[in-house]
Design a protein. Structure first.
Length: 242
């Protein structure tokens, strides 16, 4: 495998690697698949958030059961959002919810790969938009070139998709998040191809960190990673043969 860009991080956690080996097996049941994706996502999330988030004081006080006062802490940035790519990204959401100390918004991107070209097609997007930098009476509203700021955008988007195969879907999703107005994207995936992870990491080098459980070298003519884990969406949602 050739050297990878600095914004790509591959886990070396032994538990993750053992669980990924179990996930690769064709004999692994849908229930086991869901559990393994959840567990692998948790490990990747811990590793990514250790460097991607910072602890900060909240400015409020609380008391321990012994009555001692302490200053509470939270994470920075506080305005982060989880963004699963439908369908399979949903299999990672609960792991992130359990890991983060507070509830965060969850927005969804629906992207599927066209069967012939393998290019992504967007069919759903619920990223919120709120224009706040222009008043209703401002003449700039009449100008088609007026720049706007989306105050509804999160500072950090945690993009979830278990598989990065060709990288086209990841690239499209990152572009959508960048246009939405985020300052940074952390993408978490269980498995990637070498070609795909380079494509995802290269679309916005200064704004993207990609964390994956492992990288396989090859993608076949159907856009599937080899040896890979098969169609993880079908395996998660018992849609084999769809």
């Amino acid at each position: 495998m050739s050297s990878l860009p600095a914004n790509i991080h591959i886990s070396t956690h032994p538990c993750l690697q053992a669980k990924l080996s179990q996930l690769r097996s064709a004999s692994t049941s849908p229930r086991e698949t869901r559990a393994l994706v959840h567990e692998i996502a948790s490990i990747i999330g811990v590793e990514a958030f250790a460097t991607g988030l910072k602890v900060s004081t909240t400015g409020t006080k609380d008391r321990t059961p012994l009555g001692a006062e302490y200053e509470t802490k939270g994470i920075n940035p506080a305005d982060l959002a989880l963004v699963p790519i439908l369908r399979s990204g949903l299999g990672m959401v609960e792991a992130m919810n359990a890991l983060l100390p507070t509830a965060v918004p969850i927005y969804h991107l629906g992207l599927f790969r066209e069967k012939i070209t393998l290019q992504p097609v967007e069919y759903y997007n619920n990223l919120p938009f709120q224009r706040t930098d222009l008043s209703p009476a401002s003449p700039a509203l009449l100008s088609p070139t007026a720049e706007t700021t989306n105050s509804a955008a999160a500072t950090l988007a945690v993009l979830l998709d278990p598989i990065i195969a060709t990288g086209a879907t990841a690239e499209a999703a990152i572009q959508l998040l960048r246009e939405w107005g985020v300052e940074k994207v952390i993408m978490l995936s269980v498995l990637a191809s070498e070609e795909g992870v380079k494509r995802a990491a290269g679309v916005w080098e200064e704004g993207v960190e990609v964390w994956v459980g492992a990288v396989d070298e090859n993608v076949n003519d159907k856009g599937m990673i080899v040896p890979g884990v098969g169609d993880i969406g079908d395996r998660l949602f018992v849609a084999i043969g769809k």
